[in-house]
Design a protein around this ligand. Structure first.
Ligand code: TZP
Ligand code: MG
Length: 212
């Protein structure tokens, strides 16, 4: 089992942030205090491999766990620290078999219905959202709000990361409603001042830690 403190400030890379590359995003997020990174690219191809390895090395040198979205084989190939799986991806059990006992494995569980039918016995955490409106994920489930998030988190057998529309202003609310961590994309990747947003979010997460 992971120390759930590593879930506190979870940054997910954005392929569609113009000239702000995933590697630059990761550097900015970690400087602001990100405690775990997920590489998410729905159109991954070999041309991204070089950057992916750079990100992995950057994270490794700073002891920040580095996960791959969706793709267990890619996670194994580049020796990532783990993988995050959606409902339509391979199972956490398969990920555990391939990546081993020390891998960090997460799954998306958007609501109580999914919670009832997802085997989380091989997972270290689950991600639940969108908590707030988001335009980053195209086919996102309905917004659940903090109260809806809490309903799921209260029943979860593993630590829960809140996702969707999270900012430095509403992060604390997520922690107060049972989140072990918050995950963001656009609050950093599409910010006017990404470094400032990352820093403010880092402070909010630190505050939540002191209040836990
Ligand atoms: N899953 C649920 S909402 C979401 C994902 C991947 C997108 C989160 O992005 P943002 O920009 O932090 O709202
Ligand atoms: Mg997925």
């Amino acid at each position: 089992m992971i120390d759930k403190k590593i879930l506190r400030f979870y940054y997910i890379t954005d392929e569609n942030a113009g000239s702000f590359t995933p590697f630059e995003q990761v550097k900015t997020a970690i400087k602001g205090g990100a405690s775990i990174i997920q590489y998410r690219n729905k159109f991954f191809s070999s041309e991204h491999m070089e950057e992916l390895v750079l990100i992995r090395e950057f994270c490794k040198n700073r002891d920040v766990p580095f996960l791959i979205n969706d793709n267990i084989d890619l996670a194994a190939k580049i020796m990532a620290d783990g993988v995050h799986l959606g409902q339509d991806d391979d199972s956490p059990e398969t990920a555990r078999k391939i990546l081993g006992k020390d891998a960090v494995i997460g799954a998306t569980v958007s609501n109580l219905e999914e919670l009832a039918c997802t085997d989380l016995s091989c997972c270290d955490y689950m991600g639940t959202g969108p908590v707030f409106p988001t335009s980053t994920k195209k086919n996102a489930k309905p917004v659940k709000g903090p109260a809806g998030f809490k309903q799921v988190a209260d029943k979860a057998p593993v630590p829960v990361v809140a996702i969707g529309g999270i900012t430095a202003e509403n992060a604390l609310l997520c922690f107060e409603h049972g989140a072990s961590g918050i995950a963001v994309i656009s609050f950093i990747s599409r910010a006017e001042n990404p470094a400032d947003n990352a820093h403010r979010l880092g402070l909010a997460c630190e505050l939540a830690l002191t209040q836990a």
